[in-house]
Design a protein around this ligand. Structure first.
Ligand code: PHB
Length: 389
């Protein structure tokens, strides 16, 4: 070999070694922005607990890098989510932004992900369009169209022909209303009225009174995680069930975080969703047992699973990129991942960066004295119908 070539090679080697050492010393940072207080606090608590469980089970060193989780409370106010995400990117130099308890938070942060080329792992928010707000979004939660269509197929086959819809008046609620109604009409059903309640401090009473007067076969409900118990309570207090009106919806309304305290009014309620604490797989049983052990018996809900799987997607991407952690490379390594989640088999669609998963039909039943969403049917490998436009 030529002497100059040799020297060049030696310099290149030394530089590579030095950068390797620098990388090994530099922590890999995940900025987890969640609503830890306020109306959506249960979502924050569930996802933080799940992320910590993932790290306890899988260690905090991946491909030679020390993984650091930085948790920030956005109180579910999107302006705060944006400010915190900006600080995490600029000051803390996080490698990944994650969390996003509600849709407005995810949409507020999407431009920051794009500008800084930082992957944004959406673990909770579920409006279909979020993945289109930035090419750096990868979603591990679900979408409302994905969950709602299954209910619109099940209901008319089970004696429900006339429905009133009641949704929280923002992104995911509008998705649920649209995709449920369109499919229900297509299946020969009738939507008598479409009601929308405010996201902040909703009072369900006047809406439920209206539903009682309209007397449909069923009321289809979407409210975000944490608001289900209030709907269920007022539904029972107004004697809607006794008047022969069924409650149906996406599984957000029979959220495992609150279900056990909802009482007998919840018994028999059928919902469609991607995760139940009662999902009978060995992977889920282990997940539930270890989550409860680490969190004073708290039941993991679908938010926890979105957080847990989001951590897996980040860990796998870091492994695949050999601990380098650049935004583009991480994003590429997140696309196309296939694995078994506590919810069942899942796939991160490389084209849409959205999650493909099973949607289950479930009925609330008492098992060993506790209320659970017990799965009785499954639609396999459901893509977000919102992407077919
Ligand atoms: C959302 O804001 O996208 C959202 C929040 C809670 C849910 C579902 C969707 O349960």
């Amino acid at each position: 070999m030529h002497k100059r070539t040799l020297i060049r090679a030696a310099i290149a080697l030394a530089a590579a070694a030095a950068s390797g050492i620098a990388l090994a010393q530099e922590a890999f940072k995940i900025g987890l922005v969640l609503p830890m207080t306020g109306q959506q606090a249960t979502t924050g608590r569930q996802i933080e607990a799940a992320a910590k469980l993932w790290m306890a089970q899988n260690g905090d060193t991946v491909a030679g890098r020390n993984v650091q989780l930085i948790v920030k409370d956005d109180t579910s106010l999107p302006d705060m989510t944006r400010r915190l995400a900006q600080e995490l990117v600029v000051n803390d130099k996080v490698n990944v932004i994650a969390g996003m308890g509600i849709t407005p938070s995810a949409l507020a942060v999407a431009p920051i992900a794009t500008q800084s080329k930082t992957p944004l792992v959406v673990m909770a928010a579920a409006t279909s369009s979020i993945t289109e707000a930035s090419p750096y979004v990868v979603r591990t939660s679900f979408t409302l169209p994905q969950a709602s269509v299954a209910m619109a197929d099940w209901a008319p086959k089970n004696g429900i022909k006339n429905v009133v819809t009641l949704v929280a008046d923002y992104g995911p609620g509008l998705d649920a209303e649209k995709y449920f109604s369109e499919r229900f009409l297509f299946n020969g059903g009738k939507v008598a009225e479409k009601l929308r309640v405010p996201l902040r401090n909703p009072d369900f009473a006047p809406f439920l009174q209206k539903v009682r007067d309209l007397k449909p076969d069923a009321l289809f409900v979407f409210v975000p995680s944490g608001a289900g118990a209030a709907v269920m309570k007022q539904f029972g207090e107004r004697g809607m069930d006794k008047a022969g009106i069924k409650l149906i919806g996406t599984g957000d309304v029979t959220d495992d975080d609150q279900l056990n305290d909802m009482g007998d009014v919840a018994l028999g309620v059928v919902t469609s969703h991607h995760y139940s604490t009662f999902h009978p797989s060995p992977v889920n049983k282990k997940f539930v047992a270890e989550f409860q052990k680490a969190n004073k018996g708290l039941r993991p809900n679908f938010m926890a699973v979105g957080g847990y799987d989001g951590m897996r997607v980040i860990y796998e991407a870091l492994k695949k990129t050999g601990g380098k952690g650049g935004g583009e490379a991480l994003l590429a390594a997140m696309k196309g991942q296939i694995f078994e989640s506590p919810r069942g088999p899942v796939f991160i669609d490389a084209q849409t960066r959205d999650i493909v998963q099973n949607i289950y039909l479930r009925k609330v039943e008492k098992k060993d004295g506790q209320l659970y969403n017990v799965e009785f049917d499954v639609i396999k490998d459901v893509k977000d119908p919102g992407k077919a436009k």
